[in-house]
Design a protein around this ligand. Sequence first.
Ligand code: NI
Length: 256
Amino acid sequence: MRWTDTHCHLNHPELYAEWSAVLFRAQQSGLYRLFVIGYDLESSRRGVQLAEQSDALYAAVGIHPHDAVQCTRETLMELRELARSPRVAAIGEIGLDFYRDLSPREAQYQAFHAQMQLAAELGLPVVIHCREAYEELLDVLSEYPAVRGVLHCFAGSAEQAQRGLALGYFLGIGGVITFKSAESLRAIVRTMPRDRLLLETDAPYLAPHPYRGERNEPAYLPLIAQRVAELWGIALNALSEQTEANVRTLFTRLSD
Ligand code: NI
């Protein structure tokens, strides 16, 4: 069985120092492809460097809403330059975060729009981060009908999931699906279209049960897959085939 972790941060200080050991453990647990997602300029550069060193790694480059004030004209030029690498498969993570509000909302909107335009121009999909801003976020996504992407670590309502799916987006499902409290998310996943789900860990964050609260690793992805397979009542290898097909549908720049 083959798995892809569509969202992890080997470029994050908590994993970067031992990224090759983390990658090795992931491969031991059945992963053959990992997406290293940028969240600021430095992590985006690092992600591209990693992806250029290993065939198993692809990168996404982008500025997280927390760092939206960093998204200047110069930053955008460098992101565009980085995205020329054939190892860059997406723009992200980008979006809106009205929960922590670490950047002023106006700056968040500006950075989000600029990077949606970049994705449209480059013909790349987007990796979306959203917290407590789903309605506002979906309004922005609807302004870019040519762009597709994934709602990473989806945590919205059933109605918001419907709206995202109708816009052509995928739902990124991670460790939260294994948490006791996640009954409403499980209800959404149970009935969602199977060709729109992507598996992810968001490592080093959001470790699945029974590692909740510890440092997360891509090697834990099969625990998330197991839970989704149970919800759908299908075998793990059927889930592997479905989710691998989904990865290929969205991320058209993959070379393997
Ligand atoms: Ni992330």
